[in-house]
Design a protein around this ligand. Structure first.
Ligand code: MEV
Length: 322
């Protein structure tokens, strides 16, 4: 084999963000907009990378230089993933890696972890490493931590396993929930958020009140535990109420913004069971659960608040060779 294409789904956090960074659970669903990566074997001893979606074009270096020097932001995850694999499994030839995504890297659908998982899976195929899903998760999560220093790995798990997952920090628990779909409405705020900055903001905000912060995280954990059974039962009314409770706590963490608040309250006034921000906050997307007959009014309300309704299906398939 001298070429392989792999794809993974994007992700949306349902409940539990921020707490999940600190050993609490969350619920995440994979979405049907996918990231694709093609890896070609080259004759030269070069690493070549093309990611036009994030404006990386014609990037190349010697294999021996992987991980060294200035790496453009859009190339970091892919390059460090290749480096982490080649430290254990020697590469006999160079590689050309090309990524393309059905979703914008601005949405907060997890494009960095998605491209990381794609590359790890693609190299597992090309080098016949026979890595299983947990091994792909572990190498990809290590790569994300090498670069970001922080993060729970829930986005990596969604890319690898797909579906809808109950997940605990670092992959201590990765439990697929047996459901067929979630009637989720997704609104993009138009604002790009930076996860690590938001994680640090929360830390700073509660620097003198760590007791309250721990209490909030415990309350978020209780919400996630309750919601897990309601999601499995398809009881969207109860899941919606729990989303609203989770959103109140996220506001107290200081990670919501006016734009998201307006989209969320608009959705609820228009008849949604519940709505909340999804991910780090500070921008990115909000999600709402709505009765079938209210979907159009909820979507209109999100648009009226300045949001862009994204058409996505949840519970999508995990990593696959195309
Ligand atoms: C970001 O999408 C969600 C956070 O919980 C970070 C993480 O879990 O890695 C804030």
């Amino acid at each position: 084999m001298d070429k392989v294409t792999v794809s993974v789904p994007g992700k949306l956090m349902l409940l539990g963000e921020h707490a999940v960074v600190y050993n609490h659970p969350c619920l995440v669903t994979a979405v049907n907009q996918r990231m694709r990566v093609t890896v070609d074997i080259l004759d030269s001893q070069e690493f070549q990378f093309e990611a036009p979606d994030v404006k990386v074009v014609g990037y190349k270096k010697a294999l021996s230089e992987l991980g060294k020097g200035d790496i453009p932001k859009g190339a970091q995850f892919v390059e460090i993933a290749v480096k982490n694999i080649t430290e254990k499994h020697q590469l006999k030839s160079g590689l050309r890696i090309t990524t393309s995504s059905e979703f914008s890297s601005e949405f907060g659908f997890g494009s960095s972890s998605a491209s990381t998982v794609c590359v790890v899976k693609a190299l597992s195929e090309l080098l016949d490493l026979k890595l299983n899903s947990k091994e792909i998760f572990d190498i990809s999560y290590k790569t994300v931590l090498d670069i970001q220093g922080k993060g729970s790995g829930f986005d990596v798990a969604a890319a690898v396993f797909g579906g809808t997952l109950y997940f605990i920090t670092g992959g201590k628990v990765i439990e697929p929930l047996k459901i067929s779909s979630l009637p989720l409405i997704v609104g993009y705020s138009g604002i790009k958020a930076d996860t690590v900055t938001l994680i640090n903001n929360v830390k700073d905000r509660f620097a003198n009140d760590s007791d309250r912060l721990q209490e909030i995280y415990s309350q978020i954990e209780a919400i996630v535990e309750k919601a897990k059974s309601f999601v499995i039962a398809g009881d969207w009314g109860h899941v919606g109420s729990l989303m609203n409770e989770n959103q109140k706590l996220l506001k107290e963490l200081g990670v919501s913004i006016d734009k998201l608040d307006n989209m969320i309250s608009g959705a609820i006034e228009a008849g949604a069971y519940g709505a909340k921000l999804s991910g780090a906050g500070g921008g990115d997307c909000m999600v709402a659960l709505s009765p079938e007959d209210k979907i159009q009014s909820v979507e209109r309300a999100i648009a009226k608040a300045g949001g862009q309704v994204l058409s996505v299906k949840t519970n999508a398939e995990g990593v696959r060779v195309e």
